[in-house]
Design a protein around this ligand. Structure first.
Ligand SMILES: [Fe+2]
Length: 329
């Protein structure tokens, strides 16, 4: 049975800033599928999204220069990401795993192949890649469908006397991703407050499709070729055909010294609140409800803002560039 995202699964976000030029998109088109095919060798791999940043939420003017979509329209972005005016562009790629260990194991076992493919992309990178790894703490995300699937999905829900799910269309929606740093000891209270806020938004805010709360576990090192010197330099002495022999990072080797993301989180715990919206307007006004709707504001103030180590949460906005999020459990 095809379902939405699974609570407890691991989600890695490979973060890179890339040059916004036609060559970048050409490379993404021919190297991206090979990375996906390689990743699928790991049985614990569940699916992926590649997201390109379109902008940020202005948050009532605090980030007054921000635009949710830095292009003429969302349609222009769907037509070609090159229409985005951000440069460099943040390319954040989500991969979903049964657990954090599957992610580390895949990078260890597919090391040579991934190294060759990654090396083919380095000349478009301005910053990164870095790869924090999260677990899905809470989620309410309908499955991704196409327009032609809508009658079937609705019909099935009626037949089972269930509430029909929100329509979550492949490649046609926006993500608001808010970075929340939470005070020590306040993690549970934050989670409860955030769930309450998100459930209210999902029920009442027009165009709010679904949400998940990601809790940071650490960062991967081998996946971003943070190799223990001198192998680090060897990784830069080739165009990809000669991977360093060593797979050791500064934290040791996967399977011997660690089995989960080895770079510790440090500081206050980080959560990413991931929401999906049907349009730029729905996203802009929907997020603003935590400021302008008295009931939501009280719940969000007491349940979320009061527990933060850093105010305010910063919301980046992304559009899908490629995705396969069909999970067979
Ligand atoms: Fe990865």
């Amino acid at each position: 049975m095809i379902q939405g995202v699974k609570k407890g699964a691991a989600l890695a976000i490979n973060q890179a800033a890339v040059a916004n030029d036609p060559q970048t998109f050409e490379k993404m088109g021919h190297i991206g599928p090979k990375v996906c095919l390689t990743t699928a060798n790991e049985p614990g791999f569940l699916g992926f999204h590649a997201f390109l940043q379109t902008g940020t939420h202005p948050l009532g003017g605090r980030f007054g220069a921000a635009q949710v979509v830095t292009a003429d329209s969302l349609e222009a972005v769907i037509e070609s990401p090159h229409n985005l005016r951000l440069n460099p562009l943040n390319l954040w790629q989500y991969t979903l795993w049964e657990d954090a260990e599957s992610h580390e194991r895949m990078h260890y076992e597919q090391y040579d192949r991934i190294f060759e493919l990654c090396a083919g992309c380095l000349d478009m990178v301005v910053d990164g890649p870095w790869e924090p790894v999260y677990t899905i703490a809470e989620a309410n995300m309908p499955p991704i469908i196409g327009m032609t699937d809508v009658p079937r999905v609705m019909g099935q829900a009626f037949a089972r006397q269930q509430e029909p799910p929100k329509v979550r269309l492949a490649m046609r929606r926006l993500v608001a991703l808010g970075e929340h740093h939470v005070r020590e000891g306040h993690e549970q209270a934050f989670l409860e407050g955030a769930v309450k806020t998100l459930e209210l938004l999902q029920e009442h805010a027009p165009g709010m499709i679904g949400w998940m709360i990601l809790e940071k576990q650490g960062e991967a090192a081998l996946s971003t070729f943070q190799l223990e010197p001198p192998a680090f330099w060897e990784s830069l002495q080739t165009l990809g055909a000669n991977p360093p022999k060593s797979r050791r990072t500064n934290f040791g080797e996967f399977g011997k010294d660690y089995t989960s993301p080895p770079i510790p989180i440090g500081g206050p715990k980080e959560y990413q609140v991931h929401m999906e919206w049907e349009s730029p307007d729905a996203l802009t006004f929907g997020l603003a409800l935590t400021g302008v709707n008295p009931k939501l504001r009280r719940i969000h103030d007491e349940g979320v803002l009061a527990h933060l180590a850093k105010l305010p949460p910063y919301y980046r906005v992304f559009a899908p560039a490629m995705e396969d999020m069909i999970f067979f459990h």
